[in-house]
Ligand binder design. Sequence first.
Ligand code: LIP
Length: 274
Amino acid sequence: MTSPLEDFQELAELAERIAHLAGAHVLSLIGGDNARLALRDTADRKTSATDLVSTADHASEAVIVAQLAIARPRDGIVAEEGSTRPSTSGISWVIDPIDGTTNFLYGHGSFGVSIAAVRDGETIAGVVYDPLRRETYRAARGFGASCNGRKLTIGSPTPLAEVLLGTGFHYLASRRRRQAELLVTILPEVRDIRRQGAAALDLCYVASGRLDAYYEAALQPWDRAAGLLVAQEAGYVGVDLDLGGELDGTLLVAHPDLLEQIRDLIVRANELHR
Ligand code: LIP
């Protein structure tokens, strides 16, 4: 059954409330840098020695999953740190409890709590909450996107040579090597790059104009679901590039009038460094 549009707004409001609860809990765990160092020293490794997960990631996920179990008991769960639940409502929640875990554990830059509602493979509501900057990016499909309640609207396209381009690098060294090789060609053609360390925030920064575009390979569904909807509902376009090998499925998000130029640049860089 197709949910009425207004349900999408209700789902976004619920995601915002829960993201705030999880964000507040995470902040309570890092009273000072010593606490943060302790979290880092006790963090586990996942796909590589650099892919960290801390008790704070698990604690944030526990808050989110518990709140959703109360509010939406028939919905499914797909969360980064392992929480899963099948859906009997047709809606599932795709969750990154701390996107930017390395930033969080090093006290460097920001991180986001990312919560998205997905139905039939389409994100219908999403929130990315940055508790350090106190910024809440929210979107419901068909209702636009906002930051702290302020509507996000698309600006004019930036000339390629003046583009501030967000990107990121993978936990696997072999993939990072390929990503670095492409930068040799890409970086001289744009203003500069910014590597935030949190894909969910990168995507919201395109929506809010802090970045002119963003691309990254091999993102997980929870890294991108909510932030991509925020960017799309603000008027930006996302495309998955077939670069082959380690870089297949590279997500690129940009102004619709800039997308083709950046896509061509990334494809050219990939061809040059095969
Ligand atoms: C991170 C992404 C980031 C990427 C990192 C990592 P995590 O997610 O948000 O863009 O470059 O390698 O995947 O692991 O902090 O949830």
